[in-house]
Design a protein around this ligand. Structure first.
Ligand SMILES: Cc1cc2nc3c(=O)[nH]c(=O)nc-3n(C[C@H](O)[C@H](O)[C@H](O)COP(=O)(O)OP(=O)(O)OC[C@H]3O[C@@H](n4cnc5c(N)ncnc54)[C@H](O)[C@@H]3O)c2cc1C
Length: 417
């Protein structure tokens, strides 16, 4: 089939690759000049399937409210919120019930484990190098933090995930650069989880996709999609719309705008986050792999010769206005755990990105209800961890093959005509 993939973030690039492997003739259309320039640009890079859980969870609304006024809060709200954001919050609130949480968490985790398998398959079969390291450690500052994670650890146990609870001395044997002056309660170590540079993976896989015949049209904004028996894709460039047998929408947040004229409404909003990346000043003081400060929900990762610190969830606000207190939190957490690890005196990359978030959790990986139009979007805070599995599944669906997972929870029932 002749297929257009719209969007070259991590989701679009992995989708194009899988479709090409299945023998389709694929064109990727991307408004930016290169792949992975938006949400996939500088995320934390963590691939920890057991920690992929919906944001809509019992107790979350109270936690979010409790954080609103604290200085280093992991969740912030930028007022005023738009009508869309308020509606999203209402849907999110309703999805926080225990029953829906358990359903969404279990399907997200199945997708995440499947996705890690696909990531490993692609990485080893193509020998890709993307600044990856093994292991993920959750750092617990206090006994209270430790109590808070117990329910989650039971989930990991039930799912058969390999992890170990550690005392500080044991944690320091794995992450040897942890600040010796930092007094903390303990840690959870997941040796099979990993961290890697999502953007670098996307760029490498883009090259592999090109080798398989995928055409990339960069700097090309898609202005509309229409149907005429097949699919017509209009762009801002001069000339007629381009005709395809099928279109896969991997446009993250912009999906809302592209679907609206087709009569499809999707409850997707931006939950902004931040990262700072700086070169390592002294390797002996830097993390070996990735850690996450459970209290502040901030990840610190080693990516090649750089340290990346990422976190914060901001509802509302604009993509280009950076909140200084969110950035301060990242610097504080880095300094608490790995002082002196990074060159912070100049050349620090400060980034604000937008997680394309649906209120209930699972992304949409499905037919749209319009013949020929497919969706692979709304991966929220775990798009990198879910990308390779989501891409394989959408390619199976398009090819008429039964995917390896039950796709009902990832369906289009959440689209409103
Ligand atoms: C601070 C932060 C930390 C994170 N940490 C992690 C993590 O540790 N692990 C993890 O798994 N995930 C993490 N994430 C989430 C992850 O980054 C996202 O889920 C993922 O990047 C979403 O990928 P995407 O391809 O859907 O979106 P994007 O990367 O935004 O790609 C969408 C693409 O579509 C293009 N596009 C949009 N509209 C059009 C149009 N009309 N025409 C042409 N092109 C168009 C855009 O230019 C863009 O390139 C984090 C996110 C943030 C913000």
């Amino acid at each position: 089939m002749k297929i257009a993939v719209i969007g070259a973030g991590i989701i679009g690039v992995t989708t194009a690759y899988e479709l090409a492997c299945d023998g389709h003739q694929v064109t990727v259309i991307e408004r930016r000049a290169a792949a992975a320039e938006e949400a996939s640009f500088a995320n934390a890079g963590v691939v920890a399937p057991g920690y992929v859980t919906p944001w809509a969870a019992p107790g979350m609304p109270i936690k979010v409210m409790g954080h609103l006024f604290s200085r280093y809060a992991p969740v912030k709200v930028s007022l005023p919120l738009t009508g869309r954001e308020l509606l999203w919050m209402w849907k999110w609130y309703r999805a926080c019930g225990l029953d829906s949480y358990l359903v969404h968490r279990s399907c997200l985790q199945r997708l995440a484990f499947y996705s890690r398998e696909r990531l490993h398959h692609i990485t080893s079969s193509l020998s890709l190098e993307y600044e990856r390291s093994d292991g993920y450690m959750v750092l617990l500052r206090s006994q209270r933090d430790s109590k808070m994670v117990q329910a989650g650890l039971q989930v990991l146990r039930d799912a058969g995930v390999n992890f170990k609870e550690l005392c500080p001395t044991e944690a320091r044997k794995i992450e040897t650069a942890l600040n010796p002056a930092m007094d903390f309660y303990g840690a959870v170590h997941l040796p099979e989880d990993e961290v890697g540079n999502c953007r670098q993976f996307a760029l490498l896989l883009k090259n592999e996709a090109q080798r398989r015949g995928v055409e990339f049209s960069f700097s090309t904004n898609v202005s509309g999609i229409t149907t005429n028996g097949g699919m017509l894709v209009a762009t801002d460039q001069e000339g007629p719309s381009r005709q395809f047998d099928a279109v896969v929408l991997c446009t993250g947040l912009d999906s809302v705008r592209l679907l609206a004229p087709l009569g499809l409404r999707i409850p997707l909003i931006a939950v902004h986050g931040y990262s700072i990346s700086a070169t390592i000043r002294e390797p002996l003081n830097a993390p070996a792999s990735a850690v996450m400060d459970e209290r502040y929900k901030v990840a610190i990762a080693r990516l090649g010769n750089r340290v990346r610190v990422a976190g914060s969830a901001e509802l509302g606000g604009s993509p280009d206005k950076k909140r200084s207190s969110s950035l301060e939190t990242l610097y504080k957490v880095l300094h608490d755990w790995f002082p002196g690890a990074a060159n912070l005196s100049g050349g620090v990359q400060e980034w604000k990105g937008a997680r394309p978030m649906l209120p209930d959790g699972p992304p949409m990986i499905c037919a749209s209800g319009i013949a020929g139009l497919w969706l692979n979007l709304g991966h929220g805070s775990s798009g990198w961890a879910l990308s390779c599995g989501s891409a394989r599944i959408v390619s199976d669906l398009i090819g008429g093959k039964a995917p390896d997972l039950d796709m009902a929870p990832f369906g289009s029932q959440r689209l409103r005509a």
